[in-house]
Design a protein around this ligand. Sequence first.
Ligand SMILES: C[S@@+](CC[C@H](N)C(=O)[O-])C[C@H]1O[C@@H](n2cnc3c(N)ncnc32)[C@H](O)[C@@H]1O
Length: 230
Amino acid sequence: MTQDHDPPPEHERPAPSESGGAAGYRGDPAVQQEWDRRYADREQLWSGRPNGALVAEVAGLPVGRVLDVGCGEGADAVWLAGRGWEVTGLEVSGLALERAARHARDAGVAVAWVHAGLAEAALAPGSFDLVSAQYPALLRTPDAAAERALLGAVAPGGTLLLVHHAGFHHQPAHEGGCDPADHVSPAQVAALLDEDWELQVHEQRPRVAPSGGAGAHHADDEVLRARRLR
Ligand SMILES: C[S@@+](CC[C@H](N)C(=O)[O-])C[C@H]1O[C@@H](n2cnc3c(N)ncnc32)[C@H](O)[C@@H]1O
C-alpha cells in the first residue's frame, strides 16, 4: 500500500518536461481539480494491479509504443513497461501522476508521464502502436474532440483498445453531479471508425477485475478493439 498523504520528494515526481507540472498542465482546470479531489480522498484509489481486459487483449500484440489514456495511479502503465512496452501515461490528475511515478520507480521501470487532458495534449498524430483507455472518464464535446484524439493517436497498423463499464453510459446522473451521459462511450468511438479501420472486437463480457480498489463492484466490461489499417 502506498502512503500518499505527504507530497513525495521532488526526485520522485514526474519530471516537469514529462508531466508538465502544475504550471504546465494542459487541460481544463476544473477537470483536474475534480479528479485531484477524488484521488485525495484515499491513499490509493484503484487496486494497483493491471486491468483484466488489458492483460487479455494485449496478449497477442507485438510490443511497441503505447499510450495509456487516463492512466490513474499507473498500474497498467507499469505492467506494460515491465513487459517491454515503451509507455506514455497521460492523466489530468497531478496527484495520480505522482503516485504513478512512484509506482514505476518502485517497479524499476521507465514511463513517460504527460500531465494533460487527452484532447488538449496535442499528441503527435499516429504515434502509438497501442492506445489503451481503460475506464476513461473523457467528457463529450460537440466536436467529439476526445474521440478523435483517441483515434488520431494510433499509428497505421496500430490498435485502439477502449474498455468501459458495461451499461455505464445509460445510468442516471449520480448524486454529486457526475452524469454518465456526459462521458465518451465505446459506441460513440465505434461510430467514428471509417474505412481506415478494422473493428475487431466490440462486445460486452464479464469483467476480470483486480481485487480491491474503488471500481471493484462493476461486473461487466464493454470492450472495443479496432485496428488502424492505414
Ligand atoms: C475511472 S479512472 C481509471 C483510471 C485507470 N485507467 C484505471 O483503470 O485504473 C479515469 C481516469 O481518467 C482520468 N481523466 C479524466 N479526464 C481525463 C482527460 N480528459 N484526459 C485524460 N485523463 C482523464 C481521471 O483523472 C482518472 O484517473
